[in-house]
Unconditional design. Structure first.
Length: 343
């Protein structure tokens, strides 16, 4: 069965389980804390978890750019291990529902109707959110194909393939919500270059960044921020293990751990959070972005954005408060007040 078929079978399993009166599944993967996900990854995906630990140990012995690359590699292996553990947990729950699924054949017509409604929804304005959900499922299932490999170039190649797959799914979502074909062709060309045998990890990262800017352009062409886009922003932040809330100020990302305690120097996790922040800014193009922190930290984070095109949307909003550790990044147009004022 193809991966897309397995995704659909899983959706059907959940729907049929619901028709059979099964109880709600507790503690879904996206509700678990990062500590719980890492504990579960160590237990259920030891091979991938061991690669993350190995890369982290090598990073502690390295320095400079090599250390940064190894720390990023360790974080990517850890996220892959967490995704694989989430998939295993969901697979076990699916097996628990198989008996109920077999007795729920009479509900097939209703399930088929819901499937057709989902497909129709993908072709309408909610395509971005649904395509993103399917992308997450596909990436989780893709972890099944992971095998133990040596670190170094091979690890980079596997991570690059994962990033290119994500870029392809992002391009599909952008096309679904109206990305002009010339722009889509540019993204497709970047993905093709990243798939060449001699392509580097940077090529794959560039292809994903290009795809994220493309879906951001498609969203900008649609007009003002929609409620689906607000939900997609929160989901994208949670997927990248960023703490995100929404209030009258906007969607607020808490980057308190981005700096070493008591300093204005980005930590290793802070550099990863910065990469996630730029990805969010690329994919969600509306309005200004405020960095609310002490003056030193706000300016340091703004400077760390470098020459990224999205930097023009960011502004440092210095706030000398008693809690000098706080660092908030606020996407202003995505808040509750903006939603209330939208037509």
């Amino acid at each position: 069965m193809s991966r897309a078929g397995r995704c659909l079978a899983f959706v059907l399993a959940l729907m049929l389980g619901a028709c059979g009166g099964s109880p709600a599944i507790p503690r879904e993967a996206h509700e678990a804390t990062q500590a719980e996900r890492e504990r579960r990854a160590a237990e259920l995906a030891p091979d991938l978890y061991a690669k993350a630990q190995e890369a982290q140990a090598r990073a502690e012995q390295a320095s400079g750019d090599a250390q940064d690359d190894l720390e990023l590699t360790a974080e990517l292996w850890l996220e892959a291990a967490c995704e694989e553990a989430d998939r295993i947990v969901l697979e076990r729950k699916r097996r628990g529902h198989e008996a109920r699924i077999e007795t729920a054949q009479l509900a097939r017509a209703g399930v088929d109707k819901q499937r057709l409604e989902i497909e129709a929804t993908i072709r309408r304005e909610q395509a971005a959110r649904i395509a993103h959900t399917e992308a997450v499922k596909m990436l989780a299932l893709a972890a099944t194909d992971e095998r133990a490999r040596r670190a170094g170039d091979t690890a980079h190649a596997e991570i690059a393939a994962w990033l290119v797959s994500r870029a392809e799914l992002t391009l599909a979502a952008a096309r679904a919500i109206g990305l002009p074909e010339p722009a889509a062709a540019e993204v497709a060309a970047a993905i093709t270059r990243a798939r060449k045998p001699k392509a580097t990890l940077e090529d794959a990262q560039g292809a994903l960044a290009t795809a994220e800017r493309a879906i951001g352009r498609a969203r900008a062409l649609r007009g003002p921020v929609t409620e689906d886009e607000r939900a997609a922003l929160l989901e994208m932040a949670r997927e990248r293990s960023l703490s995100a809330t929404r209030d009258a100020r906007g969607v607020v990302l808490d980057l308190r751990s981005a700096f070493a305690p008591g300093t204005a120097k980005l930590s290793a996790s802070g550099r990863a959070q910065l990469a996630h922040l730029l990805a969010i800014a690329r994919a969600h193009p509306h309005g200004p972005i405020h960095i609310e922190a002490s003056r030193a930290r706000a300016e340091a984070l703004h400077k760390a954005l470098g020459d990224a095109p999205e930097r023009a949307r960011f502004s440092a909003v210095a706030q000398e408060l008693p809690d000098k550790e706080r660092v908030f990044v606020v996407l202003v147009e995505y808040g509750e007040r903006s939603a209330a004022s939208a037509p």
